[in-house]
Design a binder for this molecule. Structure first.
Ligand code: AMP
Length: 585
């Protein structure tokens, strides 16, 4: 396929705000592509060369990209940079300047998708001395044979700005539209949830249809989207919802890790698909040496512990293990223990489709526990009283609450979904009606008075996974200390956007917009109907959204959560309904 044709499709996708239209355009593109091309087109539409869980080093600095634009078009660097300041997007600058130059160029070789892919891979792998210069030249080479649209997308891809607006859910819709029917959509989504690889699902569908998609299985090395829990406001309701009997586990306050144990190596993934193996080398080592089988995928929570007393330490301690540098000393200083709670695959068998108690007993059977790894504490309870006793024990042990888990025959592992097969109950539910929220920063307001010169408040949003849209729920100005305020611009800088991001709906207009990327933990007094916030708009009352009253930052940046893992608008709606009658903002 020619890259010009692909760029036209990207442009058409970007030009519409209707998800239905976007799906139709993508479906048309998918039908035209060979299975192998389709795989790469899907990655590229997300600005990547590989699936999400593979780390990528493509990110070129804007200045370098602008130099490549100057190199190919002959426009002086200062002028290119000035244009970039005006538009805030090197892609647009490249588009405009390449368009001007094209009128004068006679010869160029057509740019194929294959050539673009191999050029981008070369850019990615250039390292060592003068690698920046070489990256710049490789990009200039591609730009030389680009038309204006191709230049726009090439520059967006290499700078990490490729946002044609196609969320994963839209791509799955488009795959269903292109190769099968809406009825098959849940099975297509399941294939994605158990592999986290949209390109693989697309390629499989295009080559072998739904039969091949049904054959996609759980595999060591492909992270599985994590299962999540619903919440209820009392232990009695939790036990009742579970039918009077359920398992309860301690809810540990640490970092969730999904371990993929292969015959020779272990890989650890966070719930946002980052590779955490080098952050927890001790855990990886214990898992491999204590595992009695060949291959497995298991989940657990890594918690900082005091090795002399065995007591669990606050969440802040384990966050030292998320650093990029200085891991050797953090490993020594902050010992951790992994509390294993699920087994999704063991020696060739997909256990995600098996009931909870069976998964649990497989887990207990395949490991010898040690100092570094152990089983989460679990008990099957048959009444609210037993549940309340277990909850108190969990708090005494230093945990934040309990996770109730269904023991029914149908208690499968629902990859990527939040449901009542797991229900969480935390100690903060005692003191306030609402749980904490994990919200994405989508905007900032400049501060006044004491906060002049820094951001004074942030516009925060929840996520609606069905539409792929971030909807605002509060303006957050409380709970920041001076050091955090000072660092905020740096934390957010890479995500600045010149206009409201396509994935955000908002009635408020902040001074600065951000692409959703940074997630903060927020507590609030209550949720109320709001005329200004767009979360769950119209679902409780026509013309009203939901807003969080008196929001306060807890001090926790949720680096372990991707923006799409923010509290969902449906959860906010449920919390609103749980808290009973409320006031209007
Ligand atoms: P939350 O982040 O509040 O939605 O709670 C869900 C998280 O609790 C999971 O993603 C895990 O990181 C964590 N967790 C702690 N203990 C357990 C457990 N025993 N079972 C499942 N998840 C647990």
């Amino acid at each position: 396929m020619l890259f010009s044709e692909l760029s036209e499709y990207f442009d058409r996708t970007e030009s519409t705000s209707s998800r239905l239209e976007m799906t139709t355009v993508l479906a048309e593109l998918f039908r035209k592509s060979t299975p192998e091309d389709l795989r790469h087109i899907i990655y590229l539409s997300q600005g990547k060369l590989r699936p999400d869980f593979c780390p990528e080093e493509l990110g070129m600095a804007d200045r370098l990209v602008l130099r490549a634009v100057s190199f190919t078009t002959g426009v002086p660097e200062e002028e290119v940079e000035r244009l970039a300041v005006d538009t805030g997007d090197p892609g647009r600058v490249a588009e405009v300047l390449v368009a001007k130059k094209k009128q004068m160029t006679l010869f160029s070789e057509p740019l194929t998708l294959d050539r673009v892919l191999s050029g981008l891979r070369t850019i990615e792998s250039s390292d060592g001395r003068e690698s920046q210069e070489r990256k710049m030249k490789h990009l200039a080479n591609l730009l030389h044979d680009s038309g204006p649209l191709e230049a726009r997308y090439l520059c967006r891809i290499v700078t990490g700005r490729m946002r044609v607006g196609a969320a994963a859910m839209t791509i799955l819709d488009a795959l269903a539209e292109a190769f099968s029917t809406k009825e098959d959509r849940p099975e297509i989504e399941r294939a994605y949830n158990i592999t986290c690889d949209l390109g693989l699902v697309g390629m499989t569908m295009a080559s072998g249809g739904m039969d091949a998609v049904r054959g996609i299985g759980v595999k060591v090395g492909n992270p599985i989207k994590v299962m999540l829990a619903e919440r209820l406001p009392s232990i009695a309701e939790v036990v009742a919802k579970m039918g009077g009997r359920c398992a309860m586990e301690y809810k540990y306050d640490g970092i969730r890790v999904q371990a993929h144990i292969g015959p020779d190596s272990v890989k650890l993934y966070s719930r946002r698909l980052e590779d955490l193996t080098s952050n927890f080398p001790d855990v990886a080592e214990s898992l491999r040496s204590r595992f009695k089988g060949e291959e497995a995928i298991i989940e657990g929570e890594c918690v900082a512990v005091d090795t002399s007393t065995g007591r669990m330490q606050p969440f802040q301690n384990v966050t030292h293990r998320r650093r990029k540098h200085g891991m050797d000393s953090a490993v020594k200083e902050y010992p951790v223990r992994m509390f294993m709670f699920d087994c999704l695959f063991a020696d060739g068998e997909d256990l995600t489709v098996r009931p909870y108690l069976e998964r649990r007993s497989r887990l207990a059977g395949v490991f010898d526990v040690s100092d570094g790894i152990g089983m989460s504490v679990m008990r099957v309870v048959g009444s609210p009283e037993e549940g309340a006793d277990f909850f108190r024990e969990a708090l005494d042990a230093g945990c934040e609450g309990i996770m109730a888990k269904s023991v029914d025959e149908g208690s499968v592992y629902r990859a990527g979904s939040r449901g009542f097969l797991w229900i969480k109950y935390k100690k903060d539910y005692h003191s306030s009606m609402t749980d904490s929220f994990d919200l994405a920063v989508v905007g900032a307001f400049y501060g006044m008075g004491k906060r002049a010169g820094v951001y004074g408040a942030l516009l925060m949003a929840a996520y609606d996974p069905d539409s792929g849209v971030f909807e605002t729920v509060c303006k957050l100005g409380t709970g920041f200390d001076d050091a955090f305020l000072k660092n905020l611009p740096e934390l957010l800088e890479d995500h600045r956007s010149t206009e409201r991001p396509r994935s955000v709906t908002s009635k408020m207009v902040p001074d600065v917009w951000f692409e959703p990327a940074v997630v903060l933990e927020v507590v609030g007094a209550e949720i109320s109907l709001s005329p200004i916030h767009t979360a769950a708009m119209g679902s409780v009352k026509e013309g009203s959204g939901l807003g969080i009253r008196f929001p306060r930052f807890t001090g926790r940046v949720r680096e372990d959560k991707s923006p799409e893992q923010s509290t969902s608008t449906r959860e906010i709606e449920e919390m609103y309904l749980l808290q009973g009658p409320s006031s209007e903002e």
